[in-house]
Design a protein around this ligand. Structure first.
Ligand code: FMN
Length: 371
């Protein structure tokens, strides 16, 4: 029996299987508000049969957007736009939908990847100055961010809480706090980007403080009984940077606060990173954190084959696997995985006639239940 297709509890949220659609920025929002692209894109992903859909990095304030096209949840218009998308998803799919809340910090004000992804300086049209733990640019030659002072920290924390209240009103099923990939919260964690001398810098405890404060604020603001978890980079891939030992400590501190899961990625804080890229390259980090901390753990990164995903879960290396690029390439990846592994997926009844004869029990009987 496939272990990948066993249900999983993330806190009180029940996933039908252990396939998570990783958050993926679309650079296609307008002042943070999703439009028809999101309906089409998320609509197709919602029909994938995965266990959970995590919406792309969503900025908690306008300045926290990576690019001007990022999704946001900082205005009534953002909230109304997302409500429209969610209503469509819910009408046609049972998939639980979580949102990744984030702040780009010093990596804000960038071009979309297809326009090169480089920084738009605050002196250029449409650009703005980023904020960070310290006034250190991400890459040499980039404009330095402002270091957040005590009032700035309060403002950003409150922006996270306010976005979490909007997420609660929208009926989202969970919140993933983005503390990975070199964005603001990671900038506080890593000694490479955090050189503060106050209570938010220096020791590991001090560097973890802001992330934990944001976690607490989001937890308090979001619907009781619905899960909040964190995506972290397990290592900076730079000597002297944030590392796996530190991530274990962070996961332990989060667990003590009731965090529902940890999503284990890596890198992003320094252009000096030397990443040992290859299939499943981040799984050993997830495996160690799961073994030492015991939080439900999501592994991600170049997991592309159903047999790999099945082995990760069956061998207890992680509780769930997240896929990003493989889901864009093949939005029915979970159907094909279920066919290979002798399992079932929920598919829309409009598509039932596509079931190959060889896999006559591929599609679960009910279209989907009431939410
Ligand atoms: C188009 C695209 C957009 C992404 N946007 C985000 C994002 O919004 N938040 C995030 O944490 N990671 C983001 N990522 C990283 C993915 O979530 C994932 O961690 C990474 O692509 C590795 O998984 P994969 O090998 O299955 O693609 C993005 C990746 C892609 C390809």
């Amino acid at each position: 029996m496939s272990q990948l297709f066993q249900p999983l509890a993330i806190g009180p949220l029940r996933l039908a299987n252990r396939i998570v659609i990783a958050p993926m920025c679309q650079y296609s929002a307008s002042d943070g508000t999703p439009g028809d692209w999101h309906l089409i894109h998320l609509g197709q992903l919602a029909l994938s049969g995965a266990g959970l859909l995590v919406l792309e990095a969503t900025a908690v304030e306008a300045e926290g957007r990576i690019s001007a096209g990022d999704l946001g949840l900082y205005s009534d218009a953002n909230e109304a736009g997302l409500a429209r998308v969610l209503a469509a998803l819910r009408a046609h799919s049972p998939i639980p939908v979580a949102i990744q809340l984030g702040h780009a910090g010093r990596k804000a004000s960038s071009r979309a990847p297809w326009d090169g992804g480089t920084q738009v300086r605050s002196t250029e049209p449409g650009g703005w100055r980023g904020v960070s733990a310290s006034a250190l640019p991400h890459a040499p030659g980039e404009e330095a961010p402002h270091a957040l002072d005590a009032a700035g920290l309060r403002r950003v924390r409150e922006a996270f809480a306010q976005a979490a209240r909007r997420a609660a009103r929208l009926g989202l099923d969970g919140i993933e706090i983005h503390a990975a990939h070199g964005y603001l919260l990671h900038q506080f964690l890593s000694p490479l980007s955090n050189q503060r001398t106050d209570g938010h810098g220096g020791s590991l405890d001090n560097r973890m403080r802001f992330v934990l404060e944001v976690y607490d604020a989001v937890r308090e603001a979001f619907t009781p009984g619905k899960p909040v978890w964190v995506r972290a980079s397990a290592t900076d891939w730079v000597p002297g940077g944030w590392d796996v030992d530190s991530t274990v400590a962070l996961a332990q501190a989060l667990k003590a606060r009731g965090c529902a899961a940890i999503h284990v990625s890596s890198g992003g804080v320094s252009p000096q990173q030397a990443i040992a890229l290859g299939p499943l390259y981040q799984v050993p980090f997830a495996e160690r954190i799961k073994a030492e901390v015991g939080l439900p753990t999501i592994a991600v990164g170049l997991i592309t084959e159903p047999a790999q995903a099945e082995a990760i879960v069956a061998e207890g290396r992680a509780d769930a696997v997240a896929l990003a690029r493989a889901m864009l390439y093949d939005p029915h990846w979970p159907w094909h995985a279920a066919a290979q592994l002798g399992a079932q997926v929920v598919a829309p009844r409009q598509y039932w006639r596509s079931q190959p004869r060889a896999f006559k029990d591929l599609f679960a009987g009910a279209a989907f239940g009431a939410r």
